[in-house]
Design a binder for this molecule. Structure first.
Ligand code: AMP
Ligand code: MG
Length: 347
């Protein structure tokens, strides 16, 4: 068996000459001082970059946000609120504003995506070994028994009271980094920062533009190799990818990845190998990247047409790239990928 993770490079920030668009957002000037920090948290490497004189204080605040959220949301730390709720024997537990805010958004997304995102999938993810690295392919009967314990609609959230029924477990892994991105941006703004970018194990979130006023260049990883498939030019956006290549194992020549279809408890195989969502909100982008991966290209396009409020880049197993019209002018295929088929979905 083989496990592969690409924690750092899922998105690498590319500074490509000639790709920047002009805009009128306020800047802190091309010579603004750059402050950076690396934080190891949530099982990943997080890189924060802030421009301007407020940078150092903002980084302290951003790091605090990350560490505090990790303490609240970890599924394995016995002191976390999520662990407490998962091990409460079906009793209600009191949670913080942050955990409640994230759960409220996550549970809505589970509903809106018809359960393609299901934050109670943990027992199944765990049976496949994605929680501890003891990878195995569970039998169908085992999966059907476990799926009885998966249903986000059975979670009760009432203000600061959370109840996880006995035998069920919450795992916010599909949305936690997105929420962290939103909270970091809030903290940076409060510090007076107008130009910053963070990469939280591949979730990229940008505040404003680059200090010279040009757009941030965010690369979309080539799901078949180590380079890039495309580049997005963004300001004030979250750019989040879910990819089968990010975490997987191989057994008897088959690849099994970490994104599970709650319909059958197996790795989602609907023709996509990577889904990137571009949205104002990190938690929306993170939740939808996982959900649309489960839905497949047709389901994703249908969902986008029905709900909107975000854009996507889908990469199929056949190498076809599909984007929504909102990023037609801000997405470009990159390197070897420039001769791949690029389809634009319209309303
Ligand atoms: P992401 O990398 O954001 O797509 O999140 C994937 C992680 O979320 C996995 O490692 C699992 O812990 C969990 N997960 C897998 N499938 C689902 C699903 N359908 N709904 C919610 N969480 C999931
Ligand atoms: Mg996600």
């Amino acid at each position: 068996m083989k496990i592969s993770r690409l924690p750092l490079l899922l998105f690498t920030l590319l500074l490509l000459p000639g790709c920047a668009g002009g805009q009128s957002v306020p800047t802190v000037g091309p010579e603004a001082e750059k402050h950076t920090r690396t934080v190891l948290a949530m099982d990943t490497v997080m890189e924060l970059s802030v421009y301007g004189q407020e940078g150092s204080a903002a980084l302290d605040g951003g790091e605090e946000v990350i560490l505090a959220l990790e303490k609240l949301l970890s599924v394995t730390d016995p002191d976390s609120e999520i662990y407490g709720a998962n091990h409460s024997g079906g009793e209600g537990t009191t949670i913080s504003d942050d955990t409640a805010a994230l759960l409220e958004q996550a549970l809505s997304l589970c509903g809106e995506t018809g359960g393609a995102l299901d934050v109670t999938i943990y027992p199944v993810v765990s049976a496949w070994g994605f929680t501890n690295g003891n990878y195995r392919v569970p039998e169908e009967e085992e999966l059907s028994a476990l799926l009885e314990r998966v249903d986000y609609r059975k979670i009760t959230l009432d203000g600061d009271q959370l109840t996880v029924p006995e035998g069920m477990a919450l795992d916010l892994g599909a949305v936690a980094k997105g929420y962290a991105g939103d909270r970091i941006m809030e903290c940076f703004r409060d510090e007076g920062v107008t130009s910053a970018i963070v990469s939280l194990g591949g979730n990229v979130q940008a505040l404003g533009t680059k200090p010279d006023g040009s757009l941030w260049q965010v690369a979309v990883q080539d799901p078949t190799g180590s380079g890039y498939a495309g580049v997005l030019s963004v300001a004030d956006k979250a750019v989040v990818t879910s990819g089968g290549y990010q975490r997987y194992f191989e057994q008897n020549g088959r690849v099994y990845w970490h994104i599970i279809d709650p319909a059958d408890g197996c790795p989602a195989e609907n023709g996509l190998v990577s889904v990137t969502i571009v949205a104002d909100s990190g938690v929306l982008a993170d939740g939808l990247s996982t959900a649309l991966f489960v839905m497949g290209a047709e389901g994703a396009a249908e969902y986008w047409r029905a709900c909107g409020g975000f854009d996507f880049v889908l990469i199929g197993g056949d190498g076809a790239v599909t984007i929504t019209e909102g990023i037609e002018d801000s997405f470009a295929l990159y390197g070897n990928w420039t001769d791949h088929e690029l389809q634009v979905i319209r309303r």
